[in-house]
Design a protein around this ligand. Structure first.
Ligand code: HEM
Length: 392
């Protein structure tokens, strides 16, 4: 009885907070149950608090809740289960193996004062397109495809509350047309299993599992690296791999992982478990040297079970190579705006001043429109929750 009352209280606290406060459900769950260990029981599922408890769960291949408007009309791999998931994942893995991660791309950071997030995102779109189709995107293709990919990210980032179906269908049809072309450089051109899939599955692999993931995940990681680099240049120059791990530990890219119930287990949410501080020494500090030791919790930024990231190698190498190209070999300086808060989801974009050569004496600056951005995000976030019954 006591457990039921407690579960009711936690559910009310969590879902009430989700509706009222300006945080995503993942961030709020972490703020409420910060460094707790074990599980918090909600009425319909469990909230997993720490890595140890997550690892002790029985292995599960059951994915996320299948309903999400974030990717509509595409059907991303992460919403599939059973045979369709296994088949799609195998085909995706074949395609990923064909991607040439050694390919050299120009990548120059815009020298500007303001939000660079969407500049980085656009560059990643062009690179992702070329990696998949083996040639640069044409201006017509860009016009028809790019707004759709931006819209998916804006909904995920809660900059908007519902999908723009018009631009998404344009993206869909353009990719469907691309797939009907004879293109020997396309990574699935020799994959018979890919060709046997339905159109929606083929388009979804290209748009969602590949292009959107490359754009969003790599842009996020690169922008986190840029922001941290502005304060930790020496460690970045000396041990970039450790710095990338430390960046992913402090700013995990994925928000909520959920698994559906099985016969024996209740469904669960592992919400920003990666931010749980138990087991880490001096957990809030950026300390790349901690990755020389093994006595810390496991890094689960790339997932942890059968559903873990199938593109770890590409995500890691592409982000690292581009970051190195942009910064490490150049005489570039970076000054984040003084009113900018580096958060996990770039709710205010990535507000920095980037310059090359001699640094002016006074580089302190503020970006405009902060309050307006925050109000817009609060509204968009509530709309999105209502639109897709998030977490219910
Ligand atoms: C750059 C940093 C990246 C990080 C930190 C990352 C992290 C993750 C994590 C944690 C998951 C598991 C989510 C869960 O358990 O529910 C995941 C899944 C996935 N990732 Fe990544 N990812 C990255 C880049 C990429 C890239 C570049 C691609 C595509 C080329 C990609 C494609 C996918 C796909 C398709 C899934 C779903 C797998 C499934 O459901 O079976 N990721 N990723």
């Amino acid at each position: 009885m006591f457990k039921k009352i407690q579960a009711g209280y936690h559910t009310l606290l969590f879902y009430g907070g989700v509706l009222l406060f300006p945080f995503s459900p993942g961030t709020l769950a972490w703020k409420l149950f910060k460094n707790k260990k074990g599980k918090v029981q909600l009425t319909n599922r469990d909230l997993i608090c720490d890595t140890e408890t997550l690892m002790a769960l029985p292995k599960s291949e059951n994915s996320l809740d299948e309903f999400t408007t974030a990717f509509s009309p595409f059907i991303p791999l992460l919403t599939l289960n059973d045979h369709p998931w296994k088949l799609r994942r195998k085909i995706l893995a074949d395609g990923l193996r064909k991607i040439n991660i050694e390919k050299d791309f120009p990548f120059d950071l815009p020298l500007k004062k303001g939000d660079i997030y969407w500049d980085v995102f656009e560059i990643l779109f062009r690179i992702g397109y070329e990696l998949i189709f083996g040639r640069p995107v044409t201006p017509d293709e860009f016009r028809e495809m790019y707004p759709g990919i931006v819209d998916i990210n804006r909904l995920i980032k809660r900059h908007t509350g519902s999908p723009n179906i018009n631009v998404r269908w344009k993206l869909y049809h353009r990719v469907a047309a691309l797939l009907s072309e004879e293109n020997k450089k396309f990574i699935f051109s020799e994959c018979h299993e890919f060709k046997a899939l339905s159109e929606i599955d083929r388009v979804s692999i290209v748009v969602e599992d590949l292009l959107t993931s490359i754009c969003i995940q790599c842009s996020d990681l690169i922008c986190h690296l840029i922001l941290l680099y502005s304060s930790f240049q020496e460690p970045f120059k000396n041990s970039l791999d450790h710095c990338i791990n430390e960046t992913l530990r402090l700013y995990p890219l994925t928000d909520i992982w959920t698994r559906k119930p099985t016969e024996k287990e209740r469904g669960w949410i592992a919400s920003l478990i990666q931010l749980n501080r138990s087991g880490w020494r001096d957990p809030d500090s950026f300390k790349p040297e901690r990755w020389n030791e093994n006595d810390h919790p496991q890094l689960v930024s790339w997932g942890f079970d059968a559903r873990s990231c199938p593109a770890t190698k590409i995500g890691y190498h592409l982000s690292k190579a581009l970051f190195q190209k942009m910064l490490l070999n150049k005489d570039i300086w970076i000054q984040p705006a003084s009113n900018f808060k580096h958060d996990r989801t770039f709710s205010d974009g990535c507000q920095v001043w980037i310059g090359e050569g001699a640094r002016p004496i006074l580089t302190t600056w503020k970006f405009k429109g902060r309050r307006k951005k925050q109000a817009q995000q609060w509204i968009a976030s509530r709309l999105r929750m209502l639109d897709q019954g998030e977490l219910w």
